[in-house]
Design a protein around this ligand. Structure first.
Ligand code: NAP
Length: 296
């Protein structure tokens, strides 16, 4: 029997993911706090709920993709939240990036309703969400992962069961350490290339396929060269993730000097009112230090 899918959170990522679930043929009901963001799905014939509770009442599997830990808590346990009407045997898949500790607490509370939860944070940017090529790092019970696999396969390409509940979120933070350090390298390299008087497009073309290649280099460096700051992932959300990284590293007792520096660099940009820019605008912090800018 085809599982009925509920989807909560139609932001930059959720939009594409919900469209791909529809394309894969799942019966779908969606909810978003700002109702207008459901318009393209309404046009595609998708049912829109008035509350998360209405989604839970009509779904077997519910995918959540909202911003931060308190937001997942709100859609799960707030007024008219999913928990109110969650049915026995339901599976909640949380694709948001949130605290691994809170994830375990949420999953535990859902067992009171005989429901289960997977933490399944995602990577691959807005492009990956739109194209169904996300990397999904999953924490939770093997039986739930198996049940969720058709849903994951509709939204992503690389699906890795990394461990028990909370492990998906921990691995996502590993991912974020890599992403921002990569972006800092890309920003530094572009400034260096420009100061060295080489053509930036040619420089990127030359290094992309070699040992220095990366997703951030291929997808975000061209945006920096064009001074296109539209977000695939906003600085404000990036900072939310780095806060989670710093909290976890403090708990683990792990030094993360470079990531801590990047957190501070992004903070300078937030202070300048640039929190809505894409995370590749990290280069602006270095431009300020360098005293010159890319292509300006
Ligand atoms: P976004 O475009 O800012 O969308 C956030 C979504 O969460 C919106 O649907 C928003 O509703 C909803 N939301 C936030 N707070 C809420 C609350 N208290 N109650 C109900 N709904 C709430 O963010 P995004 O880029 O799609 O990111 C979503 C999640 O995926 C985040 O955890 C992010 O870290 C993660 N992620 C993002 C990317 C990326 O490249 N963008 C990549 C990997 C992972 P409204 O429309 O009403 O504001």
């Amino acid at each position: 029997m085809t599982e009925r899918i509920g989807f909560v959170g139609l932001g930059i990522m959720g939009q594409g993911m919900a469209h791909n679930l529809l394309k894969a043929g799942f019966p779908l009901i969606v909810w978003n706090r700002t109702a207008s963001k459901a318009e393209s799905l309404i046009k595609a014939g998708v049912q829109v709920a008035e509350t998360p509770a209405q989604v839970a009442a009509q779904s077997d599997i519910i995918v959540v993709c909202v911003s931060d830990t308190p937001d997942v808590e709100a859609v799960l346990f707030g007024d008219n939240g999913l928990y109110e009407t969650l049915r026995s045997g339901s599976l909640v898949i949380d694709c948001s990036t949130i605290s691994p500790v809170a994830t375990k607490e949420f999953a535990h509370k859902l067992t009171e309703k005989q429901a289960t939860m997977l933490d399944a944070p995602i990577s691959g940017g807005s492009e990956g969400a739109a194209n169904g090529t996300l990397s999904i790092m999953v924490g939770g019970a093997s039986a739930d992962v198996e049940r969720a696999m058709p849903v994951f396969e509709a939204m992503g390409k690389t699906i890795t069961h990394v461990g028990d509940c909370g492990a998906g979120q921990t691995v996502k933070l590993v991912n974020q350490i890599l992403v921002v350090n990569n972006m800092l390298g890309v920003a530094e390299a572009l400034l260096f290339a420009q100061a060295g008087g080489v053509n930036l497009e040619k420089a990127l073309q030359a290094v992309e396929a070699g040992a220095a290649g990366s997703w951030m280099l291929s997808n975000r460096a061209p945006q920096v060269v064009d001074r296109d700051w539209r977000p695939g992932f906003t600085i404000d959300l990036q900072q939310k993730d780095l806060r989670l990284v710093l909290e976890a590293a403090d708990k683990f007792g792990t030094p993360i000097p470079s990531t801590s520096l990047i957190f501070q660099l992004y903070r300078t940009l937030q202070k300048q009112g640039l929190g809505g820019d894409g995370n590749h605008a990290l280069v602006k912090a270095l431009e300020h230090v360098a005293g010159f800018a890319i292509n300006e």
